[in-house]
Ligand binder design. Sequence first.
Ligand code: FAD
Length: 416
Amino acid sequence: MTSPETQDPASQDAAESGDGRPDGGSPRRHVVVAGGGIGGLTAALALERAGFSVLVLERSEKLGEVGAGLQISPNAWRVLKSLDATEPLEKVLVKPDSIRIHSARAGGQIGRIPLGETAEHRYGAPYCVIHRGDLHKGLAETAMARPNIDIQLGIAIADAEEDETGITVEIQGSEGISSHHAEALIAADGVWSTVRRRLLRLPSADYSGRIAYRATFSTDQAPDLAGFTGLWMGENAHLVHYPIRSGSLINLVAIAEGDWHGETWSTPVDRDEVLQHFKNWPVTARHLLERPASSLKWALCDIRPGTIWAEGRIALLGDAAHAMLPFMAQGAAMAIEDAHVVARCLAEEPDVDEALLTYERTRKDRVERVMRTARENARIYHMKGLMAFLRDTGIRYLSGQRLLSRYDWIYDWQPK
Ligand SMILES: Cc1cc2nc3c(=O)[nH]c(=O)nc-3n(C[C@H](O)[C@H](O)[C@H](O)COP(=O)(O)OP(=O)(O)OC[C@H]3O[C@@H](n4cnc5c(N)ncnc54)[C@H](O)[C@@H]3O)c2cc1C
């Protein structure tokens, strides 16, 4: 990590006469990544691996992630593995043996999807759960150890201008505004992306009318929850829990309907606010929600499919391109896949505009299918009355293998 000063690409080239040149010949092509979240750091790793030098600009003064969990499905794991980024994660992740599906209407478990060895055998890669902070830290450490990745903190992208030689990015740091020249700008600056809204003038994400309450608590408080993922579906709300941080913590996410909205991951609320959404739920589920004293709330948003992802030398990646509802647990996974594809397209096609359009064309159908599936799951999870009864009957009837196989098209994805 360097101090937040602007870099002159000429001096950068001069400094790269050693291992900065991928084949010992021409200097590395240079790309700026906006945002040092999961998508931005993976993009930096993929671009570096593809032969680029990368400057990551992160608006926050400190690298870090909110205290909550994340599911990493086999499709995302394969990309991280191909980037040699999984070693620091191995020590802290958990491979849950199954997803136990519960219905608030039925009052208990109605199905079980096998994960663990079954998923690893089926997909050739594990299905893991991890603390977001641990994933982020692992990616940041791997990125910082790479000689051609520079991460600068406390720097926000403010503007950008293209010319025939590249793109000049205007950046805002504590010392004022400065500029930086590169071949391309990859914007991984999240759901409220400045690049999306200000530079590409695209519509913002829409609030979905749902709120996620997230909390973690010690597994000592609930040893019976270790080792598996739990899903509870109910009228206008659902719950997900799974172990993280080597199994020492339980991550709990409660999703309910509500019109509160704010642009932060971390608005604290007390447990009564969460419990009021689950008044008529079975006592086992309410008992879960009583464990953490407080939660962080986050207004769920998604971006309407159909908007562009790339224009000229700018491409959006991750939530900036396609923020989605978390009901498939695929937002970060899609950002990780994007990272692999954008790096490959830029490496294979010297015309940057064309490369970024190819990236968009390659990714869009798949990601939009995932977004639609997440929206459909939102409807299914929150069903009531007869529809909930039919849903529960269907789940009881299907085998675990059959339930898992519905998502083969997501988890089988291979980085090429
Ligand atoms: C409740 C919930 C549960 C979820 N569970 C899962 C899951 O299990 N599995 C999964 O795959 N996904 C999950 N997701 C989705 C996942 O969290 C996101 O898709 C993922 O974090 C997006 O990563 P990103 O890098 O695109 O954006 P972010 O993580 O938002 O990172 C953006 C970064 O850009 C920085 N930034 C912003 N503006 C600027 C600027 N102007 N200049 C420079 N930097 C800037 C920000 O500070 C931030 O660090 C979940 C989401 C929610 C809400």
